[in-house]
Structure formats: C-alpha cells, structure tokens
Design a protein. Structure first.
Length: 363
C-alpha cells in the first residue's frame, strides 16, 4: 500500500482522536459575564467566576461537560485553583479568605486567615493540601490539611552573604500533585544591604526543608514560583526584572528563559502544563520548540473554530497541553469563559514531516 496514504491516514485518525473544539461556557443565571481561572490536570473540569459587571456580584462556579456551569453556592466568592480530577476547588469569599469546595459537600472554611496575595490560595493535585498565607505581623507561607491543620513553612537557612530572617515575610503560591513540593517566595537581604531592605527570592519547600532557588552564579533570583509541574520538578518562575520575565526551572537545567511572555496578574495568572512542557500566560502559549505563540494562532492551527470571538485570554491548561480554558469577548460583546480541545503541541508539525518524508520515498 502507498506509504504516503498510510501516513496521511494515521495523521487523520490522530486528529480525529483529539477532536479540535472551541466552545463558550455561558454565564450563571442572573450574571452577565464569566471568566475561567483554572483547569483540572485531566482536562475535564474548569473552575471560574461569574459576575454582573466590573466584579460586582461575583460567584464561583465549576464546569464539566456533563453538568455545565454549577454555582458553588456562595455570594461574593471567587475560585482560584482546581485539583487534578476537578473535585476540589479553592478560593475565597467575603469574610472567608480561604475556602475549599469538594464535590457533593458544602464549602469548608480553611483557617489560613492571611490576605492571599496573587495568585491566591492553591490546592494539591490530590485535593488534600491547601496552601496560602498566615498573617500575624506580615505574611507566613503555610499549608493546611484536614488531618494536620495549619503548618507554617520553615525559612531557608542564611549564608554569610544572603540573610533570611525568621521573622521575615514569606508567601506560598502553588503546590504539586501530592503536596510534597510547595513554591512561592520569601524575604531576604544581602549582607551589604541596609538592614531595612526586603527583597523576595524564588523559593521552594520540600521534605528536606526550605531553599532559595539560585541562579548559575549562585545568587537568589528575585521573584516567585507561580506554578509547577505535577511532580514538582519543573517550576514556572516570574522574575522581578525590568520588565518582569518568566523562566522555566528544573534541577538539571536550571533557569531557562521563556521569552515572549508577559505577566498580567490582574487579568490572568500564568500556568504550566502538568508535564512541565508548555506555559500559558495571558494571550500566549510557549513551548521550547516554537517559543511564544498567540493563543489565536494555536487554536487556528489546531483547526478549532472561534468565529466572532476576540480578546482571547488563556488561564488553564491540562497535563499534556491538549485542553485549554480561558475567557474572551464572545460574538455578543460579553466577557465569557471558553474551553478548547487541541492536538498536543507539535503534533501537526510531526504529521506534516512524516507525510512529506513518505511522499519523497514514493517518488
């Protein structure tokens, strides 16, 4: 049989299996706008918020293809993160800085009363551990479980040139699948700084304790860990440079610049796929092979149809970057959450190369 035909058939089957789709998720009854904020790692479930206008009357929701939008039941509430399977969502509400919603259960207040700085409280992939910030005379990165309660996270050890005080501020932003790795930021100063100086360093907490994630020169990087892969081995770092830039960090490779991405924390928090290969930030998707591409280009290349939609912003990504969620302006001019299914990054290019190679063999 013609090799080119076989190759084309395989690519068509692969494309059908990944069924490129784009759909608006609607809004809650009585609301006029919706925004997705995060996606479960399995790609099936979206967490988000719906409001009347300009942040008024916000209510958190959960979306699944079988249920549509489901109101989480609390006025003036916001969702921030969702776990791997979509059955646990964390966020907050007026009078309750940190809440967790579990499927089939009423919302539960989590005793992390500190102000949750951007990007808000997080939840482990298994839904057991909630991370946030304990507030006393500042902020203290902390974790919480039903069994163990609140656990303040330790400070990193100081060195002769880098000083981390035990009463300085620290914040936790993200936690991995099983709660064993937490990322965030903690205050430090160089020994040559004035004593009142407070810088914030990219930080990680593991079973071994707390550490500042150093650069190739052995120096702290000012910024924070804003997301991580499911296993906690790949960190998405926002460095406080001018302008702010994103890095992907691994123990083996250190800091790798994710060029072409910008930070818009007030509009969308950047995310990294569960496998650590793909980053989304506002209206861009980044991979090592292709760099930063507009979300509209990614969707168009996948074959997804989003006619009439504009201002697309991505806010959630699954394990292998085959599902995305976000929000944009729908054809009616309203802000609405959306959900898309696309081929894995690079799949189209691989099929094109295979087809070209097969056609050459047949000449």
């Amino acid at each position: 049989m013609n090799t080119g035909i076989i190759t084309l058939a395989v690519c068509l089957i692969a494309g059908a299996a990944s069924a490129q789709t784009f759909q608006g998720l609607g809004v809650l009854p009585g609301r006029t706008a919706s925004q997705a904020v995060d996606m479960s790692t399995d790609g099936t479930t979206v967490a988000g918020n719906s409001n009347v206008q300009d942040g008024v009357g916000v209510r958190a929701w959960r979306w699944h293809a079988t249920t549509g939008l489901v109101d989480l039941g609390i006025e003036n509430s916001t969702a921030t993160r969702i776990n791997d399977s979509g059955d646990a969502i964390v966020g907050g509400a007026f009078g309750f800085p940190t809440l967790i919603w579990r499927s089939g259960q009423p919302a539960q207040s989590v005793p992390l009363p500190g102000s949750n700085l951007q990007p808000g409280p997080g939840v482990s992939g298994d839904g057991v551990t909630v991370i946030g910030n304990w507030s006393t005379n500042g902020y203290r990165a902390s974790s919480w479980t039903q069994a163990g309660g609140v656990v303040p996270l330790p400070y990193a050890p100081s060195t002769p040139t880098v000083l981390v005080t035990n009463n300085g501020n620290s914040v936790s932003f993200v936690v991995n699948q099983d709660g064993s790795v937490i990322g965030g930021s903690q205050a430090f100063r160089y020994s040559t700084d004035p004593i009142i100086t407070e810088r914030f360093a990219v930080s990680r907490w593991t079973a071994s304790g707390s550490e500042l994630i150093l650069n190739a020169l052995g120096q702290p990087v000012e910024g924070g860990v804003y997301d991580m892969s499911s296993d906690g081995n790949t960190l998405l770092v926002l460095a406080h440079e001018s302008p702010n830039v994103f890095y992907r960090w691994t123990p083996a490779g250190g800091y790798q610049l994710a060029s072409g991405l910008q930070s818009f924390l007030n509009s969308a928090v950047a995310r990294i796929s569960g496998d650590g290969s793909t980053i989304i930030s506002y209206d861009k998707m980044w991979t090592q092979s292709r760099g930063a591409l507009p979300i509209t280009q990614v969707l168009t290349e996948s074959g997804a149809t989003f006619t009439g939609w504009t201002n697309l912003v991505a806010t959630g990504i699954d394990f292998n970057a085959t599902h995305l969620c976000g929000y944009g302006t729908n054809p009616m001019g309203q802000t609405e959450a959306w959900y898309a299914t696309i081929p894995a990054p690079g799949a189209g290019a691989v099929c094109a190369i295979l087809t070209l190679a097969a056609s050459r063999r047949c000449r």
